[in-house]
Design a protein around this ligand. Structure first.
Ligand code: PLP
Length: 456
Protein backbone atom coordinates (compact mmCIF):
# COMPACT_ATOMS: atom_id res chain seq x y z
CA UNK A 1 0.00 0.00 0.00
CA UNK A 2 1.20 3.46 -0.83
CA UNK A 3 2.51 5.30 2.20
CA UNK A 4 1.33 8.89 2.30
CA UNK A 5 3.88 9.64 5.01
CA UNK A 6 7.27 9.59 3.38
CA UNK A 7 9.82 10.76 5.90
CA UNK A 8 11.43 13.21 3.54
CA UNK A 9 8.38 15.06 2.30
CA UNK A 10 7.76 18.47 3.74
CA UNK A 11 4.25 19.85 3.78
CA UNK A 12 2.73 23.13 4.76
CA UNK A 13 -0.31 22.94 6.96
CA UNK A 14 -2.52 25.99 6.74
CA UNK A 15 -4.03 26.43 10.16
CA UNK A 16 -7.07 28.54 10.84
CA UNK A 17 -6.33 31.44 13.19
CA UNK A 18 -8.29 29.82 16.02
CA UNK A 19 -6.63 26.42 15.84
CA UNK A 20 -3.99 27.07 18.46
CA UNK A 21 -6.00 25.66 21.35
CA UNK A 22 -5.73 22.22 19.84
CA UNK A 23 -2.22 22.58 18.47
CA UNK A 24 -0.72 23.33 21.81
CA UNK A 25 2.44 21.29 21.75
CA UNK A 26 4.48 23.12 19.18
CA UNK A 27 7.96 22.41 20.47
CA UNK A 28 9.26 22.07 16.97
CA UNK A 29 12.57 20.30 16.37
CA UNK A 30 15.41 22.15 14.62
CA UNK A 31 14.28 21.37 11.09
CA UNK A 32 10.79 22.70 11.75
CA UNK A 33 10.09 26.37 11.45
CA UNK A 34 7.17 28.66 12.01
CA UNK A 35 6.18 30.69 8.99
CA UNK A 36 3.94 33.58 9.86
CA UNK A 37 1.51 33.24 12.69
CA UNK A 38 -0.69 30.52 11.29
CA UNK A 39 1.38 28.51 8.82
CA UNK A 40 3.36 25.77 10.44
CA UNK A 41 5.93 23.86 8.46
CA UNK A 42 6.15 20.36 9.78
CA UNK A 43 8.09 17.33 8.66
CA UNK A 44 5.56 14.96 7.15
CA UNK A 45 6.30 11.99 9.40
CA UNK A 46 4.80 10.67 12.58
CA UNK A 47 7.04 12.67 14.89
CA UNK A 48 6.18 15.91 13.13
CA UNK A 49 2.51 15.05 13.16
CA UNK A 50 2.61 14.03 16.79
CA UNK A 51 4.10 17.36 17.68
CA UNK A 52 1.71 19.40 15.59
CA UNK A 53 -1.36 17.32 16.34
CA UNK A 54 -2.07 17.22 20.04
CA UNK A 55 -4.19 14.09 20.17
CA UNK A 56 -4.12 14.00 23.97
CA UNK A 57 -5.91 17.34 24.33
CA UNK A 58 -8.24 16.39 21.52
CA UNK A 59 -9.22 13.21 23.38
CA UNK A 60 -10.05 15.24 26.46
CA UNK A 61 -12.82 16.90 24.46
CA UNK A 62 -14.59 13.56 23.99
CA UNK A 63 -16.14 12.49 27.33
CA UNK A 64 -17.03 9.00 26.13
CA UNK A 65 -13.39 8.22 25.37
CA UNK A 66 -12.64 8.44 29.09
CA UNK A 67 -14.97 5.54 29.93
CA UNK A 68 -14.14 1.89 30.42
CA UNK A 69 -15.75 -1.18 28.93
CA UNK A 70 -15.53 -4.42 30.95
CA UNK A 71 -13.02 -2.61 33.14
CA UNK A 72 -10.76 -1.82 30.17
CA UNK A 73 -10.23 1.59 28.57
CA UNK A 74 -12.58 2.00 25.63
CA UNK A 75 -10.78 1.75 22.28
CA UNK A 76 -13.38 3.05 19.88
CA UNK A 77 -12.60 1.92 16.34
CA UNK A 78 -16.09 1.96 14.83
CA UNK A 79 -15.98 5.48 13.49
CA UNK A 80 -17.27 4.58 10.04
CA UNK A 81 -20.53 3.55 11.72
CA UNK A 82 -20.72 6.70 13.80
CA UNK A 83 -18.21 9.02 15.43
CA UNK A 84 -18.11 10.11 19.06
CA UNK A 85 -19.12 13.64 19.97
CA UNK A 86 -16.89 16.32 21.46
CA UNK A 87 -18.09 18.27 24.50
CA UNK A 88 -18.42 21.33 22.24
CA UNK A 89 -21.16 19.59 20.22
CA UNK A 90 -22.92 18.27 23.33
CA UNK A 91 -22.76 21.76 24.89
CA UNK A 92 -24.09 23.45 21.76
CA UNK A 93 -27.17 21.20 21.75
CA UNK A 94 -27.72 21.69 25.51
CA UNK A 95 -27.29 25.45 25.15
CA UNK A 96 -29.76 25.52 22.29
CA UNK A 97 -32.43 23.74 24.34
CA UNK A 98 -31.59 25.64 27.54
CA UNK A 99 -31.43 29.15 26.16
CA UNK A 100 -32.82 29.37 22.70
CA UNK A 101 -35.42 26.75 21.83
CA UNK A 102 -38.04 28.05 19.41
CA UNK A 103 -39.32 27.13 15.98
CA UNK A 104 -37.53 28.56 12.95
CA UNK A 105 -38.77 30.73 10.07
CA UNK A 106 -42.10 31.33 11.81
CA UNK A 107 -42.11 33.58 14.84
CA UNK A 108 -41.38 37.26 15.07
CA UNK A 109 -40.30 36.88 18.69
CA UNK A 110 -36.75 37.06 19.96
CA UNK A 111 -36.13 33.34 20.47
CA UNK A 112 -37.51 32.37 17.09
CA UNK A 113 -35.33 34.97 15.42
CA UNK A 114 -32.27 33.71 17.26
CA UNK A 115 -33.05 30.08 16.44
CA UNK A 116 -33.61 30.97 12.78
CA UNK A 117 -30.38 32.93 12.68
CA UNK A 118 -28.38 30.04 14.16
CA UNK A 119 -30.05 27.50 11.88
CA UNK A 120 -29.20 29.57 8.82
CA UNK A 121 -25.66 30.20 10.09
CA UNK A 122 -25.09 26.47 10.07
CA UNK A 123 -26.18 26.33 6.45
CA UNK A 124 -23.50 28.90 5.75
CA UNK A 125 -20.91 26.85 7.69
CA UNK A 126 -21.78 23.75 5.65
CA UNK A 127 -21.52 25.80 2.48
CA UNK A 128 -18.03 26.90 3.46
CA UNK A 129 -17.04 23.39 4.58
CA UNK A 130 -17.81 21.88 1.19
CA UNK A 131 -17.11 25.08 -0.77
CA UNK A 132 -20.54 25.32 -2.36
CA UNK A 133 -21.24 28.55 -4.21
CA UNK A 134 -24.48 29.46 -2.43
CA UNK A 135 -26.11 28.76 0.93
CA UNK A 136 -29.31 27.83 -0.88
CA UNK A 137 -27.52 24.88 -2.48
CA UNK A 138 -27.38 23.23 0.97
CA UNK A 139 -30.52 21.32 1.99
CA UNK A 140 -30.88 19.90 5.49
CA UNK A 141 -32.10 16.30 5.57
CA UNK A 142 -31.98 13.44 8.10
CA UNK A 143 -28.72 12.04 6.76
CA UNK A 144 -26.96 10.62 3.73
CA UNK A 145 -29.66 7.98 3.23
CA UNK A 146 -32.47 10.50 3.10
CA UNK A 147 -30.31 12.71 0.90
CA UNK A 148 -29.87 10.00 -1.73
CA UNK A 149 -33.57 9.15 -1.54
CA UNK A 150 -34.40 12.81 -2.11
CA UNK A 151 -32.15 12.97 -5.17
CA UNK A 152 -33.43 9.66 -6.56
CA UNK A 153 -37.03 10.71 -6.09
CA UNK A 154 -36.89 14.33 -7.21
CA UNK A 155 -34.04 14.39 -9.72
CA UNK A 156 -33.92 10.73 -10.77
CA UNK A 157 -37.68 10.82 -11.22
CA UNK A 158 -37.23 13.59 -13.77
CA UNK A 159 -34.29 12.32 -15.79
CA UNK A 160 -34.60 8.52 -15.74
CA UNK A 161 -37.14 6.90 -18.05
CA UNK A 162 -37.94 3.59 -19.66
CA UNK A 163 -34.87 1.91 -21.20
CA UNK A 164 -32.47 4.29 -19.44
CA UNK A 165 -29.62 3.30 -17.15
CA UNK A 166 -28.37 4.45 -13.74
CA UNK A 167 -24.72 3.70 -13.04
CA UNK A 168 -23.35 2.93 -9.58
CA UNK A 169 -20.18 1.12 -8.48
CA UNK A 170 -19.66 -2.34 -7.01
CA UNK A 171 -18.54 -0.85 -3.68
CA UNK A 172 -21.68 1.07 -2.77
CA UNK A 173 -23.39 1.13 0.61
CA UNK A 174 -26.98 -0.17 0.43
CA UNK A 175 -28.10 3.48 0.79
CA UNK A 176 -26.59 4.16 -2.62
CA UNK A 177 -27.99 1.00 -4.22
CA UNK A 178 -31.57 0.49 -3.09
CA UNK A 179 -32.98 3.97 -3.90
CA UNK A 180 -31.64 3.61 -7.47
CA UNK A 181 -32.91 0.04 -7.73
CA UNK A 182 -36.41 1.20 -6.75
CA UNK A 183 -36.24 4.11 -9.16
CA UNK A 184 -35.17 1.80 -11.99
CA UNK A 185 -38.01 -0.61 -11.19
CA UNK A 186 -40.54 2.21 -11.20
CA UNK A 187 -39.24 3.65 -14.47
CA UNK A 188 -38.44 0.50 -16.40
CA UNK A 189 -34.77 1.46 -16.35
CA UNK A 190 -31.69 -0.69 -15.55
CA UNK A 191 -29.14 -0.41 -12.80
CA UNK A 192 -25.59 -0.90 -14.11
CA UNK A 193 -22.57 -1.55 -11.94
CA UNK A 194 -18.98 -0.39 -12.45
CA UNK A 195 -16.73 -3.32 -11.51
CA UNK A 196 -13.86 -3.08 -9.05
CA UNK A 197 -10.56 -4.96 -8.99
CA UNK A 198 -9.11 -7.21 -6.28
CA UNK A 199 -7.66 -4.20 -4.45
CA UNK A 200 -11.08 -2.59 -4.32
CA UNK A 201 -10.40 0.06 -6.94
CA UNK A 202 -12.87 1.14 -9.58
CA UNK A 203 -11.93 -0.06 -13.06
CA UNK A 204 -11.96 3.22 -14.92
CA UNK A 205 -11.73 1.58 -18.34
CA UNK A 206 -14.89 -0.38 -17.59
CA UNK A 207 -16.50 2.77 -16.24
CA UNK A 208 -15.78 4.55 -19.52
CA UNK A 209 -17.39 1.69 -21.46
CA UNK A 210 -20.53 1.88 -19.30
CA UNK A 211 -21.06 5.59 -19.99
CA UNK A 212 -23.48 5.47 -22.92
CA UNK A 213 -26.36 7.46 -24.32
CA UNK A 214 -28.65 5.37 -22.12
CA UNK A 215 -26.86 6.46 -18.91
CA UNK A 216 -28.88 9.20 -17.26
CA UNK A 217 -27.09 9.40 -13.93
CA UNK A 218 -23.97 8.18 -12.11
CA UNK A 219 -23.98 7.77 -8.32
CA UNK A 220 -20.77 6.72 -6.58
CA UNK A 221 -19.32 6.79 -3.13
CA UNK A 222 -16.48 9.15 -2.33
CA UNK A 223 -14.96 6.67 0.13
CA UNK A 224 -16.02 3.03 0.54
CA UNK A 225 -17.20 2.23 4.06
CA UNK A 226 -16.36 -1.45 3.58
CA UNK A 227 -12.96 -1.17 1.86
CA UNK A 228 -11.69 2.32 2.60
CA UNK A 229 -11.07 3.05 -1.09
CA UNK A 230 -10.99 6.75 -1.95
CA UNK A 231 -12.49 7.02 -5.39
CA UNK A 232 -11.11 9.49 -7.98
CA UNK A 233 -14.37 11.44 -7.95
CA UNK A 234 -13.00 14.46 -9.82
CA UNK A 235 -11.90 12.27 -12.69
CA UNK A 236 -15.12 10.26 -12.62
CA UNK A 237 -17.23 13.40 -12.77
CA UNK A 238 -15.14 14.71 -15.65
CA UNK A 239 -15.59 11.43 -17.56
CA UNK A 240 -19.36 11.45 -16.96
CA UNK A 241 -19.65 15.10 -17.94
CA UNK A 242 -17.96 14.39 -21.28
CA UNK A 243 -21.12 12.40 -22.00
CA UNK A 244 -23.38 15.03 -20.43
CA UNK A 245 -24.22 12.76 -17.47
CA UNK A 246 -24.84 14.23 -13.99
CA UNK A 247 -23.08 12.71 -10.96
CA UNK A 248 -24.18 12.15 -7.37
CA UNK A 249 -21.45 11.64 -4.76
CA UNK A 250 -22.22 9.75 -1.56
CA UNK A 251 -19.92 11.61 0.80
CA UNK A 252 -20.93 9.81 4.01
CA UNK A 253 -17.35 8.55 4.45
CA UNK A 254 -15.65 11.35 2.54
CA UNK A 255 -16.74 14.47 4.41
CA UNK A 256 -15.32 13.32 7.79
CA UNK A 257 -11.84 12.64 6.47
CA UNK A 258 -10.82 15.09 3.78
CA UNK A 259 -11.22 18.53 2.30
CA UNK A 260 -14.37 18.69 0.20
CA UNK A 261 -14.69 21.14 -2.67
CA UNK A 262 -17.89 20.49 -4.57
CA UNK A 263 -17.11 23.25 -7.06
CA UNK A 264 -13.71 21.79 -7.90
CA UNK A 265 -15.13 18.26 -8.15
CA UNK A 266 -18.02 19.73 -10.14
CA UNK A 267 -20.46 17.01 -9.04
CA UNK A 268 -24.16 17.76 -9.36
CA UNK A 269 -24.96 16.45 -5.87
CA UNK A 270 -23.02 15.57 -2.70
CA UNK A 271 -24.53 14.15 0.51
CA UNK A 272 -23.25 13.44 4.01
CA UNK A 273 -24.48 12.69 7.54
CA UNK A 274 -23.57 14.80 10.57
CA UNK A 275 -23.18 11.82 12.90
CA UNK A 276 -20.16 10.56 10.97
CA UNK A 277 -18.47 13.93 11.31
CA UNK A 278 -18.70 14.30 15.11
CA UNK A 279 -22.20 15.79 15.01
CA UNK A 280 -25.54 14.39 16.15
CA UNK A 281 -27.69 11.73 14.52
CA UNK A 282 -30.77 12.66 12.51
CA UNK A 283 -29.22 15.45 10.50
CA UNK A 284 -27.27 15.61 7.26
CA UNK A 285 -27.11 17.55 4.05
CA UNK A 286 -27.70 17.41 0.34
CA UNK A 287 -25.62 19.74 -1.77
CA UNK A 288 -27.12 20.29 -5.21
CA UNK A 289 -26.30 22.66 -8.04
CA UNK A 290 -28.76 25.50 -7.86
CA UNK A 291 -30.17 25.16 -11.38
CA UNK A 292 -30.96 21.48 -10.80
CA UNK A 293 -32.53 22.07 -7.39
CA UNK A 294 -34.64 24.81 -8.94
CA UNK A 295 -35.87 22.46 -11.64
CA UNK A 296 -36.75 19.63 -9.26
CA UNK A 297 -40.15 19.08 -7.64
CA UNK A 298 -40.31 19.12 -3.82
CA UNK A 299 -39.52 15.95 -1.90
CA UNK A 300 -42.08 16.21 0.88
CA UNK A 301 -44.83 18.76 1.31
CA UNK A 302 -46.37 20.67 4.18
CA UNK A 303 -45.37 23.67 6.23
CA UNK A 304 -42.32 25.82 5.47
CA UNK A 305 -41.83 24.53 1.92
CA UNK A 306 -44.60 26.78 0.59
CA UNK A 307 -44.84 30.47 -0.14
CA UNK A 308 -48.64 30.53 -0.68
CA UNK A 309 -51.42 27.95 -0.34
CA UNK A 310 -55.04 27.97 -1.44
CA UNK A 311 -57.29 24.95 -1.79
CA UNK A 312 -56.78 25.17 -5.52
CA UNK A 313 -53.05 25.60 -5.69
CA UNK A 314 -49.74 25.87 -3.82
CA UNK A 315 -46.78 28.03 -4.74
CA UNK A 316 -43.61 26.46 -3.43
CA UNK A 317 -41.06 28.31 -1.36
CA UNK A 318 -37.70 29.36 -2.81
CA UNK A 319 -34.53 27.32 -2.32
CA UNK A 320 -33.54 25.77 -0.02
CA UNK A 321 -36.86 25.78 1.86
CA UNK A 322 -38.70 24.05 -0.97
CA UNK A 323 -36.97 20.86 0.18
CA UNK A 324 -37.39 21.34 3.93
CA UNK A 325 -41.00 20.55 4.73
CA UNK A 326 -42.12 20.75 8.35
CA UNK A 327 -40.23 21.70 11.48
CA UNK A 328 -36.62 20.69 10.86
CA UNK A 329 -34.15 19.13 13.27
CA UNK A 330 -33.04 22.49 14.65
CA UNK A 331 -31.06 21.17 17.61
CA UNK A 332 -29.36 18.65 15.33
CA UNK A 333 -28.45 21.42 12.92
CA UNK A 334 -26.96 23.45 15.77
CA UNK A 335 -24.95 20.35 16.72
CA UNK A 336 -23.77 19.96 13.13
CA UNK A 337 -22.60 23.58 13.17
CA UNK A 338 -20.61 22.95 16.35
CA UNK A 339 -19.10 19.81 14.80
CA UNK A 340 -18.01 21.71 11.70
CA UNK A 341 -16.46 24.40 13.91
CA UNK A 342 -14.67 21.73 15.88
CA UNK A 343 -13.26 19.95 12.84
CA UNK A 344 -12.33 23.24 11.17
CA UNK A 345 -10.53 24.39 14.33
CA UNK A 346 -8.24 21.39 14.10
CA UNK A 347 -7.94 21.70 10.34
CA UNK A 348 -9.20 19.18 7.82
CA UNK A 349 -5.78 18.82 6.18
CA UNK A 350 -4.19 18.00 9.51
CA UNK A 351 -6.92 15.51 10.31
CA UNK A 352 -6.37 13.82 6.96
CA UNK A 353 -2.59 13.64 7.45
CA UNK A 354 -2.87 12.28 10.98
CA UNK A 355 -5.51 9.69 10.08
CA UNK A 356 -3.53 8.59 7.04
CA UNK A 357 -0.49 8.02 9.19
CA UNK A 358 -2.54 6.06 11.71
CA UNK A 359 -4.10 3.95 8.97
CA UNK A 360 -0.65 3.18 7.53
CA UNK A 361 0.59 2.19 10.96
CA UNK A 362 -2.45 -0.05 11.59
CA UNK A 363 -2.21 -1.58 8.12
CA UNK A 364 1.44 -2.54 8.64
CA UNK A 365 0.65 -3.89 12.11
CA UNK A 366 -2.25 -6.14 11.12
CA UNK A 367 -0.57 -7.25 7.90
CA UNK A 368 2.06 -8.94 10.07
CA UNK A 369 -0.58 -11.09 11.83
CA UNK A 370 -0.58 -14.73 10.82
CA UNK A 371 -3.56 -15.88 8.69
CA UNK A 372 -4.96 -12.36 8.43
CA UNK A 373 -6.00 -10.94 5.06
CA UNK A 374 -6.79 -7.29 4.49
CA UNK A 375 -9.86 -6.72 2.31
CA UNK A 376 -9.41 -3.45 0.45
CA UNK A 377 -5.86 -2.59 -0.55
CA UNK A 378 -6.43 0.36 -2.85
CA UNK A 379 -3.58 2.82 -3.31
CA UNK A 380 -5.76 5.65 -1.96
CA UNK A 381 -7.54 4.76 1.26
CA UNK A 382 -9.10 6.61 4.17
CA UNK A 383 -9.81 5.50 7.72
CA UNK A 384 -11.06 1.96 7.08
CA UNK A 385 -9.21 -1.30 7.70
CA UNK A 386 -11.30 -4.36 6.84
CA UNK A 387 -9.90 -7.83 7.33
CA UNK A 388 -10.65 -11.52 7.69
CA UNK A 389 -8.80 -14.03 9.82
CA UNK A 390 -8.61 -17.61 8.63
CA UNK A 391 -10.55 -19.91 10.97
CA UNK A 392 -12.38 -17.15 12.86
CA UNK A 393 -15.70 -15.60 11.85
CA UNK A 394 -15.65 -11.78 11.92
CA UNK A 395 -18.39 -11.85 14.58
CA UNK A 396 -16.11 -13.94 16.82
CA UNK A 397 -13.31 -11.43 16.20
CA UNK A 398 -15.66 -8.59 17.12
CA UNK A 399 -16.83 -10.34 20.29
CA UNK A 400 -13.34 -11.16 21.55
CA UNK A 401 -12.09 -7.65 20.78
CA UNK A 402 -15.09 -6.24 22.61
CA UNK A 403 -14.03 -8.15 25.74
CA UNK A 404 -10.74 -6.24 25.50
CA UNK A 405 -12.59 -2.94 25.29
CA UNK A 406 -11.97 -2.64 21.55
CA UNK A 407 -15.07 -1.64 19.56
CA UNK A 408 -14.90 -2.64 15.90
CA UNK A 409 -17.64 -3.63 13.49
CA UNK A 410 -18.16 -7.11 12.11
CA UNK A 411 -20.54 -7.96 9.30
CA UNK A 412 -21.30 -6.90 5.76
CA UNK A 413 -21.28 -3.18 6.65
CA UNK A 414 -24.47 -2.57 4.63
CA UNK A 415 -22.45 -3.40 1.54
CA UNK A 416 -23.41 -7.00 0.77
CA UNK A 417 -22.36 -6.79 -2.90
CA UNK A 418 -18.82 -5.95 -1.74
CA UNK A 419 -18.77 -9.14 0.31
CA UNK A 420 -20.03 -11.08 -2.71
CA UNK A 421 -17.32 -9.51 -4.87
CA UNK A 422 -14.62 -10.74 -2.50
CA UNK A 423 -16.32 -14.12 -1.90
CA UNK A 424 -16.64 -13.67 1.86
CA UNK A 425 -19.68 -13.44 4.15
CA UNK A 426 -18.36 -10.57 6.26
CA UNK A 427 -15.28 -8.72 7.44
CA UNK A 428 -14.03 -7.32 10.71
CA UNK A 429 -13.60 -3.59 10.28
CA UNK A 430 -11.59 -1.10 12.29
CA UNK A 431 -12.25 2.49 11.28
CA UNK A 432 -10.24 5.39 12.62
CA UNK A 433 -10.86 8.95 13.69
CA UNK A 434 -8.39 11.69 14.59
CA UNK A 435 -8.81 10.93 18.30
CA UNK A 436 -7.43 7.41 17.90
CA UNK A 437 -3.82 6.66 18.74
CA UNK A 438 -1.08 4.22 17.86
CA UNK A 439 -1.37 2.80 21.36
CA UNK A 440 -4.99 1.95 20.62
CA UNK A 441 -3.94 0.24 17.40
CA UNK A 442 -1.43 -1.79 19.44
CA UNK A 443 -4.23 -2.81 21.84
CA UNK A 444 -6.33 -3.92 18.87
CA UNK A 445 -3.44 -5.94 17.44
CA UNK A 446 -2.86 -7.69 20.78
CA UNK A 447 -6.58 -8.52 20.91
CA UNK A 448 -6.54 -9.91 17.35
CA UNK A 449 -3.58 -12.07 18.32
CA UNK A 450 -5.71 -13.44 21.16
CA UNK A 451 -8.40 -14.33 18.63
CA UNK A 452 -5.72 -16.13 16.64
CA UNK A 453 -4.76 -18.16 19.73
CA UNK A 454 -8.38 -19.07 20.54
CA UNK A 455 -9.07 -20.21 16.96
CA UNK A 456 -5.65 -21.78 16.30
C1 PLP B 1 -20.77 5.09 2.28
C2 PLP B 1 -22.02 5.28 3.07
N1 PLP B 1 -23.09 5.79 2.46
C3 PLP B 1 -24.24 6.01 3.11
C4 PLP B 1 -24.36 5.70 4.44
C5 PLP B 1 -25.66 5.97 5.13
O1 PLP B 1 -25.50 6.93 6.12
P1 PLP B 1 -26.69 7.22 7.14
O2 PLP B 1 -27.05 5.92 7.76
O3 PLP B 1 -26.09 8.17 8.12
O4 PLP B 1 -27.80 7.81 6.36
C6 PLP B 1 -23.29 5.15 5.12
C7 PLP B 1 -23.40 4.75 6.53
O5 PLP B 1 -22.64 3.96 7.03
C8 PLP B 1 -22.08 4.95 4.42
O6 PLP B 1 -21.01 4.45 5.02
Amino acid sequence: MKSAMSASRISTLHLPPYSNSLISNLELPDDHSLRGSHDVLVRDDWEGLRLAFDVRSIRENFPILQRKVYGKPLVYLDNAATTQKPQQVIDAITRYYTEQNANVHRGVHHLSEKATHEYECVRCKVRQYINAAEDREVIFVRGATEGINLIAHCFGGQVVGSGDEVLISAMEHHSNIVPWQLLCQQRGASLKVIPIDDDGEILLDEYEKLLTTRTKLVSVTHVSNALGTVNPIGKMVEMAHRHGIPVVIDGAQGAPHMQIDVQAVDCEFYVFSAHKIYGPTGIGIVYGKEALLESMPPYQSGGDMISAVTFEKTIFNRLPYKFEAGTPNIAGTVGLGAAIDYVSNIGVEQIAAYEQSLLNYATDAVAAIDRLRIIGTASEKASVLSFVLEGAHPHDIGTILDQEGVAIRAGHHCAQPVMQRFGIPATARASFAFYNTREEVDTMVRAINKVGEVFA
